[in-house]
Design a protein around this ligand. Structure first.
Ligand code: RUB
Length: 347
């Protein structure tokens, strides 16, 4: 491990396919250490997603794809039928790790489709899955670059933007932070206000560190300070990420709904930044399970118990915001209104 020094994090690869496995920056160690975890098999990939060594919707999608490629590469099966079975087992284990983010199940489905097509066409399944995982990673980078440019058009010189959790990880920068860094690269002066984002503190640990590293002025607040910050006029836009967008709702980190309601009350534009891969236009979209996490994330802080033993906890990782509270969703295909999303065709 080496200590994190301030530097340009925006170009650092949070995850990478290597000869020995999938290499991830352990974001849980921010801001104290820049440490890497090497997942040598798909089970380790699944664990890294479940335990949030790698996190953020876009990043876990790419990681899932690489995990499936790894499973194929390491399978000893010589018959395609048996190899496909190994791939499906790995794919379903990875799919189950975090059920809410659309990009994860989207990436799993795309990898399974690729494996089937390769088998049908007599191509080498292993090679074709590695190529597809790398393609998904590259497409994610490109999509987030485009999203950044569309979003930056909404940003005015002098804006102070409230963000929640940490929305940025494809492989390099993306999401809400991509919008901000693109606007800054265009010469606009932009400040951030970030929530600490209990219980996992992605805002305090990751967003604040990344902003500092990029030289973006940032003020950190506790989640419950959002109301006063808005009522004092300290922010004039909100940009958050998204784990899943349906025709009716935006699903994102717990606390997003409360922020959207407060933004509506104060007349502050509320945007989400997410690539099209976060969209779920299926009929079943609104029945997506909201991940509930370990109660200890709430009853302890930095490993120390703060709530009495026996305290009942409800710890959902995400909440659901109706799109009527969302001014626009910044995507790689432009900024979409709730009406446009409702009318979108399934591709
Ligand atoms: C992360 C979170 C992020 C979205 C979008 O939750 O809610 O806002 O995933 O992220 P967690 P990105 O930390 O529990 O994964 O824009 O990076 O895809």
């Amino acid at each position: 491990m080496r200590p994190c020094g301030l530097g340009k994090l925006a170009t650092l690869r949070t995850l990478e396919w290597t000869r020995n496995g999938v290499r991830l920056i352990n974001q849980d160690e921010y801001p104290h250490h820049l440490s890497y975890t090497l997942c040598r098999n798909y089970r380790q990939v699944a664990r890294a997603i479940r335990e949030m060594t790698v996190r953020g919707a876009s990043a876990i999608g790419v990681t899932a794809a690489m995990g499936i490629a790894l499973a194929a590469k390491q399978s000893k099966r010589t018959q395609n039928k048996l190899l496909m079975r190994d791939i499906e087992v790995a794919a379903e284990e990875i799919r189950a790790t975090r059920p809410t983010a659309r990009s994860l199940s989207w990436a799993v489905d795309r990898m399974l489709k690729q494996a089937n097509e390769a088998a049908d066409n007599g191509h080498d399944i292993r090679t074709s899955l590695v190529t597809e995982a790398l393609r998904i990673a590259d497409e994610g980078i490109d999509a987030n670059r485009r999203l950044g440019r569309f979003g930056a058009e909404l940003i005015e010189d002098g804006d102070t933007i409230l963000t929640h959790c940490n929305s940025k990880t494809t492989v390099v920068f993306g999401g809400a932070l991509e919008v901000v860094t693109t606007a800054i690269s265009q010469g606009k002066k932009v400040k951030l206000v970030a929530t600490e984002t209990r219980p996992r503190l992605q805002g305090a640990k990751i967003t604040a560190y990344e902003a500092l590293s990029e030289g973006i002025p940032l003020t950190l607040i506790v989640d419950s300070a959002v109301g006063i910050v808005m009522s004092k006029g300290m922010v004039n836009k909100v940009i958050v990420g998204a784990d899943r967008i349906t025709r009716r709702v935006l699903i994102n980190k717990i606390g997003t709904l409360t922020i959207a309601i407060a933004a509506k009350h104060h007349g502050i534009p509320f945007y989400s930044a997410a690539p099209i891969t976060a969209f779920d236009l299926s009929e079943e979209a609104d029945n997506v399970p909201i991940e509930e996490r370990d109660p200890r994330e709430v009853t302890t802080i930095a490993g120390r118990r703060v709530a009495a033993k026996g305290t009942i906890v409800f710890n959902p990782a995400f909440d659901i915001t109706p799109l009527e509270l969302v001014t626009g969703v910044i995507t790689d295909r432009g900024v979409l209104s709730a009406d446009q999303i409702r009318e979108m065709k399934r591709s």
